[in-house]
Design a protein around this ligand. Structure first.
Ligand SMILES: [Zn+2]
Ligand SMILES: [Zn+2]
Length: 265
């Protein structure tokens, strides 16, 4: 439920080719996303074209010919700040799902690169990241919270420690985020892209996934955050195994913004 197509400036595989690859990998469906970033500091700012993305998804659906389900999603950066602008540009009802992503911390900067961590107190930045994630899930019109814990990418690039357990550091904030997800029926994404990076861990970390389950959370999605070769669908098997190990028997896809369960194997 997190596959980028060549419609995003930082990705380069056409949606229809990804459909072929998905069929080759025996996937039941692919949730495509395009970046819609409205922060001028963001690399993908100004890179979204709704008409081109529509055409791209239509072509993917023709390619699929019913063999794999094709879902059209959007990944909105910082939806708690830019939702109004996003909704002026796109009609959310034309999408199967809306994913909310936090790529930068307000007043600090992008957390997926090393720069902010070179300059500031790393753990203060991580603390702020979680406070801001709480604001994202409290107010945004989203179906899925993307890659919670993405700051590990920046920490690893900066050569800093990332082997801490934030559940122990800020249990109240993390619990609040997870409770709001459950109350508002927002799915928690298990993003496997960290497994192919230096940090070799999922976003969120397994301890947070475990806590989500303990609190009664059931809505989980699985996403590889594919952007290009050689990482297409990377980590989905490991992610699926982690979900099963944590006690989830099903994960979810979204069609017309409604969650659809599928069995994990
Ligand atoms: Zn993202
Ligand atoms: Zn993404």
């Amino acid at each position: 439920m997190h596959v980028h197509t060549s419609d995003s400036p930082d990705a380069d595989i056409p949606a229809r080719s990804l459909v072929q690859k998905g069929i080759g990998n025996n996937l039941g469906g692919i949730g495509f996303v395009a970046h819609l970033d409205l922060d001028p500091e963001d690399y993908c700012y100004g890179g979204f074209n709704a008409e081109e993305y529509d055409e791209s998804i239509a072509s993917a659906r023709r390619e699929s010919d019913g063999r794999i389900s094709v879902m059209k999603g959007l990944e909105i950066g910082e939806p708690h700040l830019y939702e109004k602008q996003a909704k002026e540009l796109v009609d959310y009802s034309h999408y199967d799902f809306i994913t909310g992503a936090l790529h930068s911390v307000e007043g600090i900067g992008m957390i997926l690169g090393k720069e902010v961590f070179d300059d500031g107190d790393p753990m203060e930045i991580v603390k702020e990241y979680y406070s801001e994630t709480l604001r994202v899930v409290e107010v945004s019109d989203i179906d899925i919270l993307a890659h919670m814990g993405l700051f590990r990418r920046g920490l690893a690039l900066a050569g800093l420690r990332y082997d801490f357990n934030e559940m122990q550091l800020w249990p109240e904030t993390i619990d609040n985020i997870l409770k709001v997800l459950i109350e508002r029926d927002i799915a928690l994404e298990l993003n496997t892209s960290g497994l192919r990076r230096a940090e070799k861990i999922t976003y969120p970390i397994p301890a947070i996934l475990q806590r989500f389950s303990e609190l009664g959370g059931t809505l989980v999605t699985l996403g590889s955050d594919t952007h290009r070769e050689p990482h297409v669908f990377f980590g989905l098997k490991q992610g699926s195994a982690l979900l099963l190990k944590t006690g989830f028997r099903e994960a979810y896809a979204f069609v017309d913004r409604e969650p659809q369960a599928f069995g994990l194997a």
